[in-house]
Design a protein around this ligand. Structure first.
Ligand SMILES: C[S@@+](CC[C@H](N)C(=O)[O-])C[C@H]1O[C@@H](n2cnc3c(N)ncnc32)[C@H](O)[C@@H]1O
Length: 349
């Protein structure tokens, strides 16, 4: 046995355990407002952070020290003060922006809560349906994605499709399939107020949240609590979006085929999927390791729960493009949109 290799593995196990614990501590930081209490305040003593956050002193002290060891906070030994660097605050205390990363932390608790059921599924098959995940899972998905939808979807991503945005500006129709809490729909409705915008999702709680959020909007978009096949087909859509949904679908080909029949002849299906390579050896990195975790504890498993395809979060661009072609689409283009986490496809008849 190679002792160095064994030692490296032991280090890796500690590092990964520390990473899991750092996520837990950082989740506390986002949920309690500790990061926000420190943002922009420079060096702070424990008492300063306790005053700014209104939280329990002993918990705050232990959290501060833990976050220093994890590299999230700076520590001044001589002064005994803690600081959240500006660059870290930009990512951790910036809710609803397109650079907020704090939403990721919220994924781990609800995913690990279903771990016993996932382990059982490894042994006996089956899965965990989307509806069985704790409400915190929907909230975490929402928090993870909504800043991007609010700030990038129209101004950056859809700017790649000027023909489609021109039609929506003039009063076209758009459909978001798997709309979740509705942030893609809200961003489209805000940018294209004379268009008809529809969101569809079989998850009743997500649609209830979306409907509640649209209560105060004058020209509110329409949300339908159903799978796409149950939605009446009226006029065709200029834009159909599948954002972080395709790989979750139990029956991707029937849904894509249905989408094709609802897409206007010159319409576009915009699909957003995790950024991974086709080749496993190119996916040996933190991002893909995170996506595989999401896949086993959520994406693949909730699809298999419905006897579905279980595509998983990391199917990669070649398999994704093959799905579009199998569903009868002729033109598949990967859009040149810069993103460290997503791949974007424009799919046409
Ligand atoms: C990972 S969430 C993404 C939600 C939202 N699009 C976002 O990006 O935040 C996947 C969504 O797909 C929905 N979904 C699953 N199966 C579906 C189907 N057959 N038709 C439409 N939506 C579906 C789920 O209910 C869930 O809301």
């Amino acid at each position: 046995m190679n002792k160095e290799k064994m030692k490296d593995m032991a280090d890796r196990v500690f590092r990964d355990m520390a990473g899991g614990m750092a996520v837990g501590l950082a989740h506390v930081g986002t949920q309690t407002g500790l990061f926000k209490a420190m943002a922009g305040n420079g060096a702070m003593t424990v008492d300063d952070v306790v005053s700014a956050s209104g939280l329990q002193a002993r918990y705050v002290e232990e959290w501060l020290k833990g976050m220093v060891t994890a590299g999230y906070l700076d520590y001044d030994t001589a002064a005994g003060t803690f600081a959240l660097p500006e660059e870290h605050a930009y990512l951790l205390a910036s809710d609803d922006t397109d650079h907020y990363m704090g939403g990721l932390f919220g994924m781990l608790p609800p995913l690990l809560t279903v771990a016993p059921r996932v382990i059982d599924a490894f042994r006996h098959g089956g899965g965990v349906p989307f509806a069985d995940f704790a409400p915190e899972c929907r909230e975490a998905i929402d928090l993870m994605n909504r800043g991007n939808y609010e700030h990038r979807l129209v101004d950056y991503w859809l700017a790649q499709l000027p023909d489609v945005t021109a039609r929506l500006r003039a009063g076209g129709r758009a459909l978001d399939v798997g709309c979740g809490n509705g942030h893609v729909v809200f961003a489209l409705a805000k940018a294209f107020p004379v268009s008809e915008i529809v969101g569809v999702d079989p998850d009743a709680k997500s649609i209830a949240t979306a409907n509640a959020a649209s209560a105060g909007i004058a020209l509110a978009p329409r949300f339908v609590n159903a799978t796409l096949d149950k939605v009446e087909a009226k006029s065709k859509f200029d834009l159909i979006t599948l954002c972080d949904v395709l790989h979750d679908l139990p029956a991707p080909i029937p849904v894509l085929t249905d989408i094709r029949t609802r897409l206007a002849p010159d319409g576009v299906l915009l699909v957003i999927e995790p950024r991974v390579s086709d080749h496993l050896e190119e996916n040996v990195n933190s991002l893909a390791a995170m996506f595989y975790g999401f896949s086993v504890f959520h994406c693949m498993t909730q699809s298999i729960a419905h006897d579905g395809a279980g595509l998983g979060a990391c199917m990669g661009p070649t398999r994704t493009a093959a799905l579009f072609r199998e569903a009868g689409f002729a033109r598949v283009e990967q859009l040149p949109i810069k993103s460290s986490v997503n791949l974007f496809y424009a799919v046409r008849h």
